[in-house]
Design a protein around this ligand. Sequence first.
Ligand code: ADP
Ligand code: ASP
Ligand code: MG
Length: 410
Amino acid sequence: MALIVQKYGGTSVGSVERIEHVAQKVIQYRNQGHEVVVVVSAMSGETNRLIALAKQAQSEPDPRELDVLIATGEQVTIALLCMAIKQRGQDARSYTGAQVRILTDSAFNKARIVKIDEEHMRADLAAGRIVVVAGFQGMDEHRNITTLGRGGSDTTAVALAAALKADECQIYTDVDGVYTTDPRVVPEARRLERITFEEMLEMASLGSKVLQIRSVEFAGKYNVPLRVLSSFQEGNGTLITYEVEGMEEPLISGIAFNQDEAKLTIQGVPDQPGVAYRILGPIGESNIEVDMIIQNVAADGLTTDFTFTVHRNDYDKALRLLQQVAETLGAKSVSGDTKIAKISLVGVGMRSHAGIASTMFKTLADEGINIRMISTSEIKISVVVDEKYQELAVRALHSAFELEKDPNNK
Ligand code: ADP
Ligand code: ASP
Ligand code: MG
């Protein structure tokens, strides 16, 4: 007998028929003798609908009240799923995040889980019940309702699995695993049998929204066996694991991409100590996160250009700050571009191989795609290109690195 935490995403619970299908799957596991805790998202589109309503009522919705509102989506699906389970003769009980005492910090709209009281769930499981918990939500120490950020039901599931020391955490979604890249963009993308926590974390951070970043962090930290599977078709899905010592890793495991960032450049700043700090200091003080940074050498020996990227939501604010900085520094001009895409190759196999960057750059050059910025770390290489080239670049790189082919039968 195993204890399994299963999470079903928005599409998987998008209608009563789909909820009935989930009920059948859950009961199947229960009938095999397993203990099952189920986490569900809101019906697909519901969270977006609620956010739009909030914006009609208040232009910048109050964060506390926004959480009270958007937490309702998941309360609908936990009740419907329990009803569908009971309709089929099994016992189930639904709980909101607050009811199972998922204690979070007070950062509304992006709260972090601090503690989970798993006693109640254990009592239900011991009584033979299926436990159904609302994803995405918790409660802070002042009994305020909080939510965990978009995609947060993944994190609820992993956190419950860690608290209950579950044998596996299964994330059921609308694709049958983690692919070499988003299969909606590259139809040739291949399902990965397994991927390391480290790679999955990079993929999630760099734009593959199949798992929320925090859920991967959590699973890695508490060693929760994590699997991504389809709720619509049978299969093993993708297992997220630790790196296996001595095992041959593929060079590249996947390609992630996003259009979440914008680029800012300040031209003609004096090339002298302290300039980077004077430019980025005010940005950091305004709580704007900076991702990629480039500073050119001074061609004339006197002045240089400085370019960096921020989240698109922070672009207007960052541009205003940069214009002020430009004045005090006596810089020539400030410019910006919001129409950029970041494309990243990810793979632990990159550690021990050279030449990946040059293949990447040649592939993009052959397609006539100009690279605007580059950054690298041990297991990833990212480039910034014009937004309109995103899909072409991803497809070209996928094919250049032959990611559609299984490395074991190449
Ligand atoms: P859910 O509602 O079940 O949480 P999500 O929409 O959050 O589902 O995540 C599943 C989606 O993630 C897929 O439909 C797919 O388009 C997208 N995705 C992006 N990158 C990848 C990838 N590398 N592998 C699989 N799916 C990916
Ligand atoms: N319903 C929430 C969202 O859309 C949480 C989730 O689906 O994971 O972000
Ligand atoms: Mg999701």
